[in-house]
Every structure is written in C-alpha cells, then in structure tokens.
Design a protein around this ligand. Structure first.
Ligand code: GLU
Length: 450
C-alpha cells in the first residue's frame, strides 16, 4: 500500500466510525475513495486542505416528522429527510425518494453520489438528496396528496431556487412534484418555479425532463459504442426495472435500433424476445394503471413470459442497463452476464451494482459505466429546467434533447480522457470519480475552509 492509499484507508475507517450502520453510505464512499489514491499522488494539496473529510460530512442534515391522515381516518407518522451535502458548485440539487427502505444511510449514499454526478454535468449544481420511508404503493391519490402536503409543510423552510432544489426519484414523479409544488406555493405565496424540478409542462416544467434519465443512459451507451466503432443497431439489451428510468431507456434503445428483450419490477421479470418489449403496452400498464410486469406478460401472451423468481441478469444480452435500485446486480449476476457474452453494463439506477459485481465485470473486460456518469442526464435536464425557469423561457423538445445528448457526450469524453490521464484507459469508474472529485475539490479550495 502506498502512503496515499494508506491515507485514504484511514479516512475511510473514520467515515465508517463516524457514521455507524449506514452501509450504503459506506459503500458509496468506498467506491469514490478507491479512485482517490491516484489523485493524491498527483495532487497532494487536496489531502492537505481537508477536502476529503469535508466532502464526507454533509453541510446540513434535516430529519423531520411527517404526520398525515389515511383514508380510514387513522393518523400515520413517517420520517422525512433532506441531506444538503455540498454546495460548492451551486444550490443543493437532487431528488426525493419515497420508499419504505429509506433511512439516513440511503439518503446519504444518494446525496454523496449526487455531488460527483452533478459536478460531471458541468452545470452549476451542488449535491443533495431527500425523501421519506413512506410507502406510496397501494395508497390512494388523496393519501399521496396529504402526505406530500405534510412533507412540504416542513421542507419548505429549507429549500429555494438559490438554496436547495429537490426533484423526483423512486416513488416521486410528476404527480408528487405537483402536490409538493402546490403546497410550497400556498405556504410561501410565491410562484417560485425554480424551487423544484420535474414539474408538469404546463406549469414550469421542461421538455425531456421526464425522459431524461432513461434517454441519457442510452446516449451514454451510444458514446461507449461509438468510441469503439460500433452502434446500437441490432443489439440485444436487458433493462431492469419498469419505472421512469427504465421506460425511457427502453424507448431510446428502440429508437436507436436496439431491442430490449426483458424488464422487471419487484415481483419478477418479463421476457419478450419476439420483437422486443412493447413499450406502448408497458407504459399503459405501469404508467397509467400503476400495474405490474406480470400483467404485461398476461396481456401480451406467448411468446412473452413472466418469471417470478431468479434474476433478470440470467437473460442473455449484449448490453445490460440496470435501472431498478441499489445493489440489484451482484457477483452471481455479473457471472451470468459474462458467461452469456454481455459486453457493456451501464447503470441507469444509483449504485445498482455491488462492488464485487463491478470487480468481476471489469476484470472480464466488460465495459462498465457507473451511475454517477451514465445516469446524470436526469439531473442535467433538471438544471436545464432551472435555466428555463430563471429566464422565464421554455425550449422545444428537439433543442432540449440535443442539449441532453451534448451533455452526455461531454461526460463520456471527460471520463475517458481523465481515465487516460491517470493511466487507466477505458476505466469509466476511475474517470468519473476523479473528474467529479477534482471539479468539486477545486471549487471548495477556492471558497476557503467553510
Ligand atoms: N433523482 C435523480 C438522480 O438520481 C434526479 C435528481 C434531480 O433531477 O434533481 O439524479
């Protein structure tokens, strides 16, 4: 171990000791730290200024009670979170996740990832994340609205277009952003469009924001292929998940000539290998009826079929795009993908691959794109929404999509050139971590010890 690797190991041990039990946060920190030894060798001044210690300590963490009344009249209590992690590059920016698995460790991992992801976009946004352990599954529209109103009744005092700008994540889409924005507007008596992103198109939202994360990850895959003289035409693709990111990843793969043969939800996965997943049907089932992928298989009929146990990563594919949730792709899954000849894994979700899976894929020569680079299209388009709100303008779909494609190309180039500079050609993990880190670290140095 070099002196700098030892220094990074000591810092990591300190993070674990200071944040007990927050295993997802430890994992996200470890992944970035594994790339930092090389930076410190070249630029030891980052270690001197305490940059790494400061990066691991959120600037502010807010935890609050969210009381609401369900449809039977019973009082329910959930826990709300907003972790304002780093504002060196701009206002805290990042989504809200409503899911029963949410606790401080999940929000901190997401917030930490968001710092580097947002830096990679090259746009002026800091990193933050929030959410609640509220489970929206099976809740009526009225319950969702009351929950969102109660959540915002506390959150409003902490956010603002120049302070902290939340958006959606798992369990928070256009409907929830609407209720949250409505309550913010009512409490503050301000039509402050730039306080939230992911808004509806008729009230301050941006074209392409809904599609952006899914489209963006496929644009990133296109860049990976193009850099090697290939394209998506005729490629088999497996996309896990069937939420917002997955739906629009599937749409873009199909537009670019690839074929998505499987997708999933928490109940299992569906394989539709005939002419690929029928997106219209999937959108209707998931988007309109909030149904399950098992309903898709039933409606579609043979040869499509549903599998309730096992792993979607057993389905043979050229390209894998995990778009469900953290740690959904483990070392066994990686082994299946490798055995079946997969050549690219690009993360649409945040940290969907375990560290062991990433190691296995990389050592077998599978190109691996980490979420902080590959799924940055969502938050990048949120920053474009903020730009439009600030200038009271609204751009066309074509213009916005072109900007998104340019941003994804820029991130891809930045990852590759950084990996080259550090002697690790094609290592997107190293490239993304170092490029994101140095961008934020330089700003932190300029702003002094704060
Ligand atoms: N939740 C998304 C992410 O993980 C988007 C955040 C945003 O648009 O602010 O990047």
């Amino acid at each position: 171990m070099s002196f700098f690797d030892e220094k990074v190991q000591d810092l990591y041990d300190e993070v674990v000791a200071r944040n007990p039990g927050e295993v997802e946060f430890h994992q996200a920190v470890r992944e970035v730290f594994d790339s930092l030894g090389a930076v410190l060798v070249k630029h030891p001044h980052y270690a001197d200024a305490g940059i790494i210690e400061r990066l691991c300590e959120p600037e502010r963490q807010i935890i609050f009670r969210v009381p609401w009344v369900d449809d039977t009249g019973a009082v329910r209590i959930n826990r709300g979170f907003r972790v304002e992690f780093n504002s060196a590059l701009g206002p805290y920016k990042g989504g809200l996740r409503f899911h029963p698995s949410v606790y401080l460790g999940v929000i901190k991992f997401l917030g930490f990832e968001q710092i580097f992801k947002n830096a990679l976009t090259g746009l002026p946004i800091g990193g933050g994340k929030g959410g609640s352990d509220f489970d929206p599954k099976g809740r009526s529209d009225g319950e969702i609205m009351r929950f969102c109103q109660s959540f915002m009744t506390e959150l409003y005092r902490h956010i603002g277009e120049h302070t902290d700008v939340p958006a959606g994540d798992i369990g928070v889409g256009g409907r929830e952003i609407g209720y949250l924005f409505g309550q913010y507007k009512r409490i503050t008596n301000r039509y402050e469009s730039g306080v939230l992103t992911g808004k509806g198109l008729s009230w301050g939202g941006s074209q392409v924001r809904t599609e952006a994360t899914g489209y963006g990850v496929v644009f990133f895959v296109r860049e990976m292929l193009n850099a090697r003289g290939q394209d998506l035409d005729g490629k088999r693709v497996v996309v896990s998940g069937s939420g917002n990111v997955a739906l629009y990843a599937i749409e873009k793969v199909h537009q670019l000539g690839g074929r998505v043969v499987a997708c999933s939800d928490s109940g299992g996965y569906v394989v539709d290998d005939d002419d690929g997943i029928n997106l219209e049907l999937l959108k209707e089932i998931k988007g309109v009826h909030r149904g399950r992928v098992s309903d898709y298989a039933e409606k579609r009929g043979a040869p499509a079929y549903f599998v309730s146990s096992g792993s979607i990563w057993d389905v043979p594919t050229d390209i894998a795009i995990p778009c469900a949730t953290q740690n959904e792709l483990d070392s066994d899954d990686a082994a299946s993908l490798i055995a079946n000849g997969c050549t690219i894994v690009a993360e649409g979700a945040n940290m969907p691959s375990t560290p062991e899976a990433i190691k296995a894929l990389s050592s077998s020569g599978v190109l691996f794109a980490p979420g902080k680079a590959a799924n940055a299209g969502g938050v990048a388009t949120s920053a474009l929404e903020m730009q439009q709100n600030a200038s009271r303008d609204s751009w066309s779909f074509e213009h916005t999509e072109l900007r998104l494609a340019q941003i994804m190309r820029g991130i891809h180039e930045n990852c590759l050139s950084t990996a080259d500079e550090y002697g690790a050609p094609g290592d997107y993990v190293l490239g993304a971590n170092i490029a994101g880190f140095t961008h934020v670290a330089d700003a932190m140095l300029a702003l002094g010890v704060i």
